[in-house]
Design a protein around this ligand. Structure first.
Ligand code: DON
Length: 608
């Protein structure tokens, strides 16, 4: 295809982005200057990211992105923008945005941190005693927020086993027992209190408005509610709130959720973990056989933790430590680093083979060794040591797949049950935030009077060693259920820096066990293959997780590559789209780019 035709395509996409800007009037008044267009067209561009001089939000649902962009415009930083977007997603993307779930957030802000002055670092575990959880990098401060849900105090290792010793899947995923103590409100409030610039009430105002006044239902939401109808039907409050699925364009109002949001805005996390919201949640648990008590809610703490540090091809990288998915991501990157994947080629069988073998080796360790580091000894340093990674690398036969049985040591379905957003502010601040209910609409149960859905995150624990969970992961004792413990997660919000330490990319994804490999491929596509951000996000992806012993390929790989992989001993299966890696990138020349993953986007990124 000639250059000329590509340019024409770029122009068409620019028009598309310009058109979408109409939804947020102040947003994209500034068209990219000619020089910036060249930046956008740099590399092997096929797809076009959105450009902004003043920051932008890349999230799955555009009304929520617009909420975050409005907060940036009011002088908020990336943290304010991300928290505003996340609360808005709890309204406009009920399948994944949430108050009743949990997640992880990674941030980088320029300059010195306000957190100590605000009294946020006293209790924080992790990091060095001198600095606590914060890392100084690139003339700014980075930190991670762990707001993963915790098992209630009354939870036991065998709580999902039936009398026959088999895992009771319905109990583990659809009952109130499947709900772990929610972390989202604590995590978002902590991030905002310690690192935001604006009052929480200001940041939450758009979410409250969306819940109170309602918003037009998108086709995606209508379809997603239709798909989840059997589960939502089983719960009277979910049925009243969401069914029958409103047709696209109808207004969905959520007055009970608006009241709950209003309490949080007025009182911070106390408005959720104590008082009327806590009382109503606990009463519901008591009546319905759930385990969460007042004491569980009062004891819940989101944590500021030190990001896990790595380096790839000279780029410092920060990602989520266990119970998050970053360690596995760093292992795969570490195994792959010396291979010349650029020479073997993007999407070429030789590259895909090496990637799949590296994935399998890292998932083997994940299954066997990873758990909540507050309760289980996780050998982080050993698993990331160059010597150990070299030993893993030596196990790869560049011409032949090593079967899972030979390596020893999992895939299931995936829904839009988790969501990732990335924000860049005008000062170069970055946030990567992934949040989840586990399944779409969690366990399908809405708390009466409070208007929010409950997670079924207890299924991310090991219900029984070696038996696959919903994502096909066959996990071990290190991830057994125990009181107060956080279940192992694949969520891996990640920040990548330029070699000199300046911040560059914020990324992450939903996708259950495929999260880690999705983030991996965004990074490889951008750093190794030189794709621009939008192309790096849109490019077709593969996944392998040891068990089941096969490579999953999205549509878009050639039959030739497939045949070559099969000839190397791989079993290959084409699967539906994996992940939704909404990402942003800070430009050297100033300004930032945003790319919403076209796989699940309900709309484009939104510029401040
Ligand atoms: O934390 C985890 O690993 C899972 N609960 C995430 C679930 C998920 O990403 C499903 N989304 N598409």
């Amino acid at each position: 295809m000639s250059n000329g035709r590509w340019r024409g395509m770029g122009a068409a996409l620019l028009l598309l982005a310009g058109g979408a800007a109409a939804a947020v009037p102040a947003a994209r008044a500034q068209a990219p200057a000619a020089a910036e267009s060249n930046v956008l067209l740099e590399g092997q561009q096929r797809f076009r990211p959105l450009w902004s001089a003043r920051g932008l939000v890349a999230a799955q649902e555009p009304l929520a992105s617009a909420a975050g962009a409005a907060i940036l415009r009011q002088g908020g930083n990336a943290v304010d923008g991300a928290v505003a977007t996340a609360f808005a997603l709890a309204v406009t993307l009920p399948q994944a945005g949430n108050l009743g779930g949990g997640g992880f957030l990674l941030l980088w802000l320029p300059g010195s941190s306000p957190a100590r002055q605000r009294g946020c670092l006293a209790e924080a575990p992790g990091g060095s005693p001198a600095s606590g959880p914060e890392l100084a990098i690139g003339g700014g401060t980075a930190v991670a927020v762990n707001f993963r849900e915790t098992a209630p105090a009354a939870a036991t290792a065998t709580m999902f086993l039936g009398p026959d010793g088999q895992v009771d899947r319905a109990r583990a995923t659809r009952s109130l027992l499947s709900t772990a103590v929610p972390g989202s409100v604590a995590g978002l409030a902590l991030a905002q209190r310690c690192y935001g610039r604006l009052p929480l009430q200001t940041v939450m105002a758009p979410a409250i408005r969306l819940a109170e006044q309602g918003f037009p239902v998108s086709r995606e939401l209508s379809d997603s509610l239709a798909a989840a109808t059997p589960r939502l039907q089983a719960d009277p409050t979910s049925r009243r709130q969401f069914l029958p699925p409103p047709p696209p364009g109808t207004t969905l109002r959520q007055p009970e959720l608006a009241v709950t949001l209003g309490r949080i805005a007025a009182e911070g996390e106390r408005g959720f973990y104590r008082g009327p919201v806590a009382d109503a949640l606990v009463t519901f648990m008591e009546r319905g056989g759930g385990l969460i008590t007042r004491a569980d809610l009062r004891a819940y703490r989101a944590r500021l933790v030190a990001p896990l540090q790595g380096r790839f091809r000279g780029h410092p990288l920060l990602t989520m430590p266990p119970p998050g998915g970053g360690l596995t991501l760093l292992q795969i990157l570490g195994i792959l680093e010396p291979f010349d994947l650029a020479a073997s080629g993007l999407n070429a069988a030789a590259s895909l083979h090496l990637m799949a073998e590296a994935m399998n080796l890292a998932y083997r360790d994940r299954n066997a060794l990873l758990g909540d580091p507050e309760q289980v000894a996780v050998p982080v340093a050993r698993l990331l040591s160059p010597a150990y990674l070299a030993a893993l690398r030596r196990r790869i036969d560049s011409r032949r797949h090593t079967p899972a049985l030979a390596l020893e040591a999992a895939s299931g379905r995936e829904g839009t049950n988790t969501t990732h957003l990335s924000v860049a502010d005008r000062r170069g601040g970055l946030v990567a935030l992934t949040t989840t209910l586990n399944f779409p609409y969690g366990n399908g149960i809405t708390v009466p009077g409070l208007g929010f859905l409950l997670n079924n995150e207890m299924d991310d624990f090991t219900a029984r060693a070696g038996i696959a969970n919903a994502f096909g992961l066959r996990q071990g004792e290190a991830n057994a259920i125990a009181p107060g413990r956080r279940p192992l997660s694949s969520m891996a919000p990640t920040l990548l820096f330029r070699p000199d330490g300046r911040p560059w990319i914020a990324t992450g994804s939903p996708g259950g066990s495929r999260i880690i490999t999705t983030v991996l491929q965004v990074l490889l596509n951008r750093v190794v293959h030189g794709l621009n951000l939008a192309s790096a996000v849109a490019s077709p992806r593969i996944h392998s997780q040891l068990w089941p012993d096969r490579i999953e390929l999205e549509q878009g790989f050639s039959p030739d590559s497939r045949r070559l992989l099969e000839a190397m001993g791989h079993s290959v299966r084409q699967v539906p789209a994996m992940g939704a890696a909404n990402s942003v990138e800070v430009l050297e020349a100033g300004g930032s780019l945003g790319a919403v993953d076209p796989r699940r986007a309900e709309g484009p990124a939104v510029a401040e």
